[in-house]
Write a protein that binds this ligand. Structure first.
Ligand code: SF4
Length: 145
């Protein structure tokens, strides 16, 4: 159940609505997202700025870097590093999933995605901002109850 997630995927998991780069990638993301959103389960997540569990199922994964298009590797790495820094995490360190969700809910506002995810082709759909907004609401509800 323990997972490896790259920095920007810590945000993607909240907005994922079944869209993706291939049927295999979508299936893998669905599994990851199901485990992340299952509030009954907690596990370790190793955070990194490099290939992760989702990348292993991505058709754009090259030998050593993302090959979706020219500049894509630098782009995903920059998003990873921005998210890791924004959340105050350290790359290659493991955190409990519950801790990561709480940190994301408290430190990331929907509008922060304009900077953190700048250049991502999914950003304009709005589902990622909605996902972050829902996460923040669910943590407000928990802290108020
Ligand atoms: S905008 Fe892109 S990088 Fe940001 S959460 Fe959505 S899919 Fe992930």
């Amino acid at each position: 159940m323990d997972k490896i997630l790259r920095g920007h995927h810590l945000l993607c998991v909240h907005g994922f609505r079944g869209m993706g780069y291939s049927p295999g990638f979508i299936k893998k993301m669905e599994q990851i997202v199901r485990d992340i959103r299952d509030l009954e389960s907690d596990f370790d997540v190793r955070v990194r700025a490099a290939f992760d569990d989702a990348c292993m199922a991505c058709p754009h994964r090259g030998q050593t870097k993302c090959e979706a298009n020219e500049g894509s590797n630098e782009h995903v790495l920059s998003m990873d590093n921005k998210v890791i820094q924004h959340l105050g995490l350290q790359a290659e360190k493991s955190y409990r999933k519950s801790e990561l969700l709480k940190l994301t809910a408290s430190k990331v506002r929907p509008e922060d995605l304009d900077f953190l995810c700048e250049g991502c082709s999914w950003l304009h759909y709005g589902v990622c901002k909605e996902g972050i907004s829902q996460l923040r609401k669910s943590y407000q509800t928990v802290s108020e109850s």
